[in-house]
Design a protein around this ligand. Structure first.
Ligand code: FDA
Length: 304
């Protein structure tokens, strides 16, 4: 049953018409639990609160189904505005973005042009930028673009998904760049030809890539709400004497808030992924797919 619901929400997340309708609705259906607001001003207020409680942030201007150059350039402009807001308000925040939003499906010129503009702005404001990883069909191009950009800029990292068979090879192939990588389980529906179908195998591979990247001496963001993964990381860093400034934990805004604060109290760096913007629908559906228990929460909110 859980798998059916998961597939259903992932199917909904890809629906372009529903995305357009949702944009007009505003933040409803309980989405405000996972999305900080529709404007940068709203997001800034939320980030100030999170920073005050010791949490660092990575901010993401939401945008899906970008299919022309004008939209891609607007997405880049909004990311630059977010960088300027981080600097202006002295926020402890990085930036996250998706290459499809920057025009990856349109042309290499568009996406590289937008990424260079963003990374220039980020560099002059000392902001770090993480390129999120999307579905498998975009994986190789994302890694190729990341490699090019990493050769030009220091302040850029990307994401590796433990559910993909290729992830261990990717970690090794990126090692010479000494990249700052966020490691995750993976949020998209992928075929068993490219991804582990069983949760246990994903978890085992997640542990394997965390260990490899950390022991390679590279900065590692362990992005997970899974207590077993958090505990594994804590034991690993103790066993191998890995300094606290070589890794951090990351979680999504609105998920396991208390645990986030506990990890800060335990002395770990904890970064919260804070999405904002009107294009919240696809992101929200992926969160429901991850944890069907969230659906009950959302339904309660709707009928309040
Ligand atoms: P999983 O979903 O397997 O949950 C394991 C356990 O965690 C649960 O059994 C429960 O115990 C606990 N848990 C989970 N949710 C909970 C809740 N709401 N309340 C209480 N306990 C809960 N994906 C991607 O493909 N590309 C990307 O770029 C990113 N980026 C990204 C950034 C950040 C900061 C995070 C945290 C995640 C991503 N992801 C992502 C999403 C990621 O791939 C994955 O889908 C989710 O993090 C869910 O996987 P978990 O590792 O959290 O564990």
């Amino acid at each position: 049953m859980e798998q059916v619901m998961r597939d259903f929400f992932l199917f909904l997340s890809k629906n372009k018409s529903l995305t357009k309708i949702a944009k007009k609705w505003g933040l409803h259906l309980g989405a405000s639990r996972f999305v900080a607001g529709e404007t940068i001003e709203m997001a800034v207020e939320k980030i100030k609160e999170l920073n005050k409680s010791g949490l660092e942030v990575t901010i993401d201007y939401l945008g899906e189904f970008v299919d022309n150059e004008k939209e891609a350039n607007e997405m880049a402009e909004n990311s630059i505005m977010a960088i300027e807001a981080i600097s202006q308000h002295n926020l402890k925040s990085q930036l996250s973005l998706k290459l499809t939003s920057m025009g990856m499906d349109l042309s290499e010129d568009v996406v590289m042009g937008n990424m260079r503009r963003i990374l220039e702005a980020a560099e002059s404001n000392s902001v770090f930028v993480t390129i999120d990883m999307e579905d498998y069909s975009h994986c190789q191009t994302t890694i190729d673009i990341f490699k090019k950009l990493r050769n030009e800029y220091q302040n850029v990292g990307t994401v590796i998904q433990a559910y993909l068979y290729r992830s261990e090879k990717d970690i090794e192939s990126l090692h010479s760049l000494h990249p700052n990588l966020r490691l995750v389980k993976g949020a998209y529906k992928e075929s068993p030809e490219v991804a582990f179908p069983e949760k246990k195998d994903v978890d085992d591979n997640f542990k394997k890539i965390i260990k490899t990247h950390l022991l390679n001496g590279n900065y590692t963001a362990v992005a997970s709400h899974d207590e077993a993964i958090i505990e594994y990381t804590k034991q690993l860093v103790t066993e191998y004497n890995i300094p606290k400034d070589q890794f951090e934990f990351q979680m999504l805004y609105g998920i396991r808030n208390e645990r986030q604060l506990e990890l800060v109290k335990e002395g770990f760096k904890m970064r919260v992924y804070v999405p904002y913007g009107t294009d919240w629908y696809g992101y929200f559906m992926r969160r429901l797919a991850e944890r069907p228990a969230n659906v009950a929460f959302v339904l309660k909110g709707m009928f309040k």
